[in-house]
Design a protein around this ligand. Structure first.
Ligand code: GLN
Length: 303
C-alpha cells in the first residue's frame, strides 16, 4: 500500500512548483482578492485518521460545496417531492447558465447548478425566517465536521449580493415559473450566506465523513441517501466539467468557486482539497490535478 502521508506531501510540493495556478473567480470581488498560489489537502480515512499537507489550517470560502449539505437537508425536509421541482441530470452547461432554465420552463437540471441550489435553498427555508434556515445549515455542517468553529463570512455574502445579478435573474425566472415559495430576495439572501461558509480543508474533509458510508462515521442521513448524494456528486458535482472529473479522478466530488473540492472514496475516505485558481469549468485547477494523481496512486478510482 502506498504511503498516504508521503503522497500528500509530494502533491503539496508539486503544486508549489507549478507555474500555472489557474484564475481566481473574478465575479465575486471578495474572492477575486484571494492569492491563487495556495494549496491544501486533507484526507480522513474510514478508520478516522486525518492525513494532510499544505495550508490545511487556512479557512476558505466553500461556496457551492455547501450545495451538498443543503441538498441533504432539503431531501430530509421534502423527501422525493423535491424532485418535482429540480431534476437529476447533468446540465452540460456552466454553473450559472440562464438559457437552459428558460428552455426547460423553470425546472433546473440538477441541485448543484446555481438555479437548482436556489430551489433547494427555498425548500430548506420552507416558511421559516432565513436566520432559522441558516442556523439549521450551520448546525448540520458543524455536526458533520465535529467542530463548532465554522462560520459564515458576512463580507463575502455582502460582496456576492452586491454583484449577484445572474443569480437574481435565475431566481426571478424560477419565481416566474412558480418554482419558488419564498421571494427571490429572501431565498438569495439565504443562498449567498450559506455559500459564504468558510472552512479549512481539515474541517471540510471531516464534514464529508457522513458521505463515506463506513462504520463509526457520523450518521446524518440514511445509507440509501448517502448513495444518492454520491451519485449526484459524480454526475453533476463539477458542472460541465463533471465528465472530465469522472474520467480523470474517478470518484464523486463537489467543487466550489472558492477553489475547494470535497471528494468521496466510497467506504474508504473523504478528501478536501483547496487551491483558489480555477480551470475553464470554474473548478479548482491545482485541486483537480492533485486529486487525479492521488486517486491514481492510491488505487481509489471507483471504476
Ligand atoms: N460554483 C460556485 O461555487 C458558485 C457559487 C456562488 N455563490 C454563485 O452563486 O455564483
Amino acid at each position: 500500500m502506498p504511503n498516504l502521508d508521503t503522497i500528500l506531501h509530494q502533491l503539496d510540493q508539486k503544486a508549489r512548483l507549478d507555474a500555472d495556478w489557474g484564475q481566481v473567480a473574478s465575479y465575486i470581488p471578495q474572492l477575486a482578492r484571494v492569492d491563487p498560489a495556495q494549496f491544501a489537502i486533507s484526507v480522513v480515512t474510514a478508520d478516522g485518521q486525518l492525513h494532510q499537507a499544505g495550508d490545511h489550517g487556512v479557512a476558505f470560502s466553500v461556496q457551492s460545496i455547501t450545495k451538498v449539505f443543503t441538498l441533504a437537508i432539503a431531501l430530509g425536509r421534502s423527501g422525493d417531492q423535491l424532485w418535482t421541482r429540480v431534476g437529476r441530470e447533468p446540465s452540460g452547461r456552466a454553473f450559472n447558465s440562464i438559457v437552459q432554465l428558460e428552455q426547460e420552463n423553470g425546472r433546473p437540471r440538477n441541485p448543484f447548478i446555481n438555479a437548482g441550489a436556489i430551489v433547494t435553498t427555498d425548500a430548506v427555508l420552507g416558511n421559516r425566517a432565513p436566520r432559522e434556515a441558516l442556523a439549521e445549515i450551520i448546525h448540520f455542517v458543524r455536526s458533520a465536521a465535529g467542530s463548532g468553529d465554522i462560520h459564515i463570512n458576512e463580507t463575502v455574502a455582502a460582496s456576492e449580493t452586491a454583484y449577484g445579478h445572474r443569480n437574481f435573474a435565475l431566481a426571478h425566472f424560477l419565481a416566474a415559473h412558480d418554482n419558488l415559495t419564498n421571494s427571490p430576495d429572501k431565498v438569495l439572501g439565504t443562498y449567498f450566506h450559506h455559500c459564504a461558509i468558510e472552512m479549512t480543508t481539515a474541517q471540510l474533509a471531516m464534514a464529508g465523513r457522513f458521505l463515506i458510508h463506513a462504520p463509526n462515521m457520523p450518521r446524518l442521513v440514511s445509507p440509501r441517501r448517502i448513495r444518492r448524494l454520491n451519485a449526484m456528486m459524480l454526475t453533476c458535482g463539477h458542472y460541465d466539467g463533471s465528465g472530465d472529473f469522472a474520467y480523470r479522478v474517478g470518484i464523486p466530488g463537489k467543487s466550489g468557486v472558492g477553489g475547494g473540492i470535497l471528494a468521496i472514496v466510497p467506504h474508504q475516505a473523504a478528501i478536501a482539497v483547496w487551491s483558489p485558481g480555477l480551470n475553464r469549468y470554474g473548478n479548482s485547477h491545482r485541486g483537480t490535478e492533485a486529486l487525479a494523481e492521488l486517486t491514481t496512486r492510491m488505487g481509489w478510482s471507483i471504476f
